[in-house]
Design a protein around this ligand. Structure first.
Ligand SMILES: [Mg+2]
Length: 375
């Protein structure tokens, strides 16, 4: 059960049509996967969220200190990686390299012990989780909502009960788009909005006030992630729940969000916040503050399997006879890597996705397909 080999892969797929969000244009999908093999031939997969080439360089940097370590000791391995990167990477992309390796180790550990990661974490509080569709990016800057109706109808047909749309093009444009989306989906579908920190404090207050009538389930990343206190002040000024955390790292970063009472929901990306080992600590912190945790997911699609396993184990907040639904992020934008690489395919049934029950993350990677995405 000792680590024998660590391989990292950068995968790329050109989009048939680029799309925008509030910060930049996506022309391609790029991600970094890691495969760790032990001396008995078993292997596990992980992924880092962020710039893929830099994550790959980080994995290569960490490799020498990990070879020969026993994968059962995931916390010891985590500490070794943390100690080696602490001086330059308490926040940022090198932590995504640590996360990718940590995720692969949990996958391996589950396979070797013949248990799904959800049970390795301490057990399954829930067997199924409601997915929400992440989409409604801007197809062009001239007419950002051009394809919305088509896209929304596809999500409804697939059985989604919640949809998250991108905002951040300016208050008037955003309000027009939100009004349109709410009209198409009606009042029974949950609607979240994500600004990707495109707004100033005053703009966020104005927009949240004007959005309240649209029954917004949460307002994601209104402000830049540095402004912990502005988040808190905004939260006090609106009835819409405020969420953030996909740009935050480690339990120390999330402690800042929680201690400053900045948000109603924290959203760590398990593939960058420090992996499953650290996400478990972050969830313990969140439960200390009585705050919900809903992971951010993006990338090859592996992240959603990580999130499903992790969320199955999340302690109910609060405890009660009939648990409330948790929502897992399911990216629906164009991504051939996500569609073709990972088996088994996720299915939405009656608005829910079942938590994987096979050992490890419950997935396998089609390595033949993967070759066609390698750079
Ligand atoms: Mg987001």
């Amino acid at each position: 059960m000792k680590i024998k080999k660590i391989e990292s892969f950068v995968l790329n797929d050109k989009l048939s049509k680029s799309f925008y969000f509030s910060q930049w244009e996506y022309k391609e999908r790029v991600c970094c996967l890691v495969k760790i093999t032990t001396d008995n031939g078993e292997y596990g997969w992980g992924e880092g969220y962020g710039p893929a080439n830099i994550i790959k360089a980080g994995i290569d940097f960490l490799k020498p200190i990990l070879i020969g370590m026993n994968i059962i000791d995931n916390e010891v391995i985590w500490s070794k990686m943390y100690a080696r990167t602490l001086d330059y990477a308490r926040k940022g992309v090198l932590m995504a390299s640590v996360s990718a390796i940590d995720v692969a180790i949990w996958d391996l550990k589950g396979k070797l012990l013949n248990l799904p990661v959800s049970r390795l974490l301490g057990g399954r509080h829930r067997e199924k989780i409601k997915p929400y569709a992440t989409g409604l990016y801007f197809s062009s800057l001239e007419n950002p909502s051009k394809n919305y109706e088509n896209e929304l109808n596809q999500y409804l047909k697939k059985g989604f009960k919640a949809i998250k749309m991108k905002i951040g093009l300016g208050i008037e444009t955003d309000l027009k788009n939100i009004h349109y989306v709410r009209k198409v989906i009606g009042n029974d579908i949950k609607l979240m909005v994500d600004a990707n920190h495109a707004y100033s404090f005053l703009e966020s207050i104005e927009l949240s006030k004007k959005m309240e009538k649209y029954d917004i389930y949460w307002f994601e990343e209104p402000l830049s992630p540095e402004f912990y206190k502005q988040y808190r002040e905004l939260k006090e000024k609106t009835t819409i729940p405020i969420s953030s955390g996909e740009c935050e790292y480690l339990r120390f970063g999330f402690h800042q969000l929680l201690e400053n009472q900045s948000v109603d929901i924290i959203q760590p990306d398990i593939c960058s916040c420090g992996g499953i080992t650290e996400a478990k600590r972050i969830s313990n912190l969140a439960s200390t503050y009585g705050i919900d945790l809903i992971p951010h997911t993006w990338g090859s699609g592996l992240g959603i399997y990580v999130a499903l396993n992790f969320m199955s184990n999340l302690e109910p907040n609060p405890t009660r006879l009939i648990d409330k639904d948790l929502y897992v992020e399911y990216d629906q934008t164009e991504n051939k890597i996500r569609e073709e690489l990972i088996l088994p395919k996720l299915k939405i049934k009656d608005g829910y996705i079942e938590v994987p029950s096979k050992p490890g993350l419950g997935i396998d990677i089609n390595e033949e397909k993967m070759d066609s995405f390698k750079i």
